[in-house]
Design a binder for this molecule. Structure first.
Ligand code: SAH
Length: 462
């Protein structure tokens, strides 16, 4: 019926979970990246299956009223932004729908209060962190930028529109051009994934949105960074430079950071604030990338927790204790659990520098630490908490953990999620085990991308 490389025209009527446009021709489904609902497009079929096909956009014949001109010149090629050609209003609608539909379809419920999405005031220049892959082009020149969607070919980019620009300056650009000159001048090679040869794999940059402090960390396929003093000399003059280091990652995998960080300048961390809580952030620690929206996200989580000062609370997947410290100010006792040891070290220091004495932190996988704690401390107040907050990575909570959560029987569970599909799966499990979803609030932390955060309040049924 349809063939590969065939050109067809169609109307985009829906969007998939990765932001791809979906259209139909005589009941046959076609997925087209870079399109918006309402676009009439001409496409080229790139992969044809029995009932559906993937296609590449050739031309927008009639643009949707929701389409805008993508402000970044490499928006289409770069894998970082999927929704730049969609008006921000439409992006928010898409994300809110995605959360609601996942909870309905996977979670099996519509009996809850779906709150309006909390959007960003300025959906560009919000990221406090960038990770530039470094490589070589066909002419042997060092390049850096971002991966193209679904592949690891590097799309050169020296000025990403998502990065925070302190004082209106593109610091990422400045740093990356210094790193490139340092590499060229000192014959430092770029890493090549295929041969697993070459030294510099990635450059991680973090900027404190409120403090202006900057961290640069080169991820290398080796244990030594030659002539590093040259790099330090050039970088340390940048206003705000606080930490320069390298990270050792000699593994043949897709994980960006290895386990070990070697400091070259400064003591390995920067500081920043969320609200009035000060945080110490190391290269290996997780810290939310959008500080402005993080304040709103944590505010919502705190509102859901509804603390009065007498509560015992767990904060699972706590990172450097960000949510824990907000909770601790309003609770009797907070127990934080996190798998990365450095993050827990940061969490303890963060409690100290904020004068918080009622937070305790445990290191390990939540699905191991919490069940073990529950077994070994029967009768302790911590085993009968009032509220449990969870903020897991995309894969959601382990069932072993949820089992213990239910046995601990908190009145409230506040679920902060970065993947509404796994959130919905866990909601379904919890609803089958004595809990009920009350409300869900999507929060847009990642403007221009398909990702969306969500805070859900789940309460124990009497
Ligand atoms: N609540 C924190 C961090 C959320 S990100 C914040 O808002 O900043 C999720 C965190 O879960 C990361 O810090 C990650 O290291 C941690 N993590 C991943 N798997 C885990 C597990 N099985 N048990 C505990 N923590 C885990």
């Amino acid at each position: 019926m349809f063939n590969k490389n065939q050109e067809v025209e169609l109307l985009i009527e829906d969007l998939g979970t990765a932001g791809e446009g979906i259209g139909k021709i005589d009941g046959f489904t076609v997925f087209v990246k870079d399109t918006v609902i309402g676009d009439r497009v001409k496409v080229n079929l790139t992969k044809v299956k029995k009932n559906y096909a993937f296609a590449r956009l050739i031309d927008v014949i009639e643009p949707s009223d929701k389409r805008v001109e993508a402000p970044c010149p490499i928006a289409r090629a770069c894998g970082g932004c999927q929704l730049q050609m969609m008006s921000y209003e439409e992006q928010l609608r898409y994300k809110a729908d995605k959360v609601f539909n996942n909870i309905k379809r996977i979670g099996g419920t519509t009996d809850f209060d779906m709150r309006p999405i909390i959007g960003m005031e300025e959906p560009f220049h919000y990221r406090n962190k960038a990770q530039f892959p470094v490589g070589m082009n066909r002419d042997g020149e060092i390049i850096y930028g971002f991966y193209a969607g679904r592949t690891h070919s590097i799309i050169p980019c020296d000025s990403c529109m998502l990065g925070i620009n302190p004082e209106g300056v593109d610091v990422n650009d400045k740093i990356m051009s210094i790193v490139k000159s340092y590499m060229e001048e000192n014959d430092i090679t770029a890493y090549d994934e295929e041969s697993h040869k070459g030294l510099v794999r990635h450059v991680l940059i973090r900027i404190g949105a409120k403090t202006g402090q900057i961290m640069v960390c080169l991820v290398i396929n080796g244990t030594r960074l030659p002539c590093s003093e040259q790099l330090v000399k050039a970088l340390k003059n940048i206003n705000g430079m606080t930490s320069i280091s390298y990270n050792i990652n000699t593994e043949k995998n897709n994980v960006i950071l290895g386990r070990e960080v070697v400091d070259l300048y400064g003591s390995g961390y920067i500081e920043d604030y969320i609200g009035d809580v000060k945080f110490r952030i190391s290269a290996l620690s997780f810290f939310q990338v959008n500080p402005e929206q993080t304040e709103k996200l944590y505010g919502k989580a705190l509102e859901c927790a509804g603390l009065t000062g007498n509560e015992t609370v767990w904060d699972l997947y706590c990172g450097i204790g960000s949510i824990s410290l907000f909770l601790a100010k309003k609770a009797k006792k907070v127990m934080g659990v996190e798998i990365i040891p450095q993050a827990i070290e940061d969490a303890k220091i963060n409690a100290q520098i904020n004068g918080i004495e009622n937070a305790e932190f445990l290191v390990g996988a939540a699905e191991d630490v919490v069940p073990a704690y529950f077994e070994n401390n029967k009768g302790a107040a911590e085993c009968k908490p009032d509220v449990i907050v969870v903020d897991p990575p995309r894969k959601g909570c382990d069932e072993k953990l949820l089992n213990t959560v239910v046995r601990m029987a908190p009145k409230k569970l506040v679920y902060v999620s970065c993947d509404s599909a796994t959130l919905a799966r866990d909601i379904k499990w919890l609803e089958e085990n004595g809990y009920k979803l009350i409300e869900a609030t999507p929060v847009d932390m990642f403007g221009q991308s398909v990702h969306v955060e969500c805070v859900a309040l789940i309460v124990k049924q009497l």
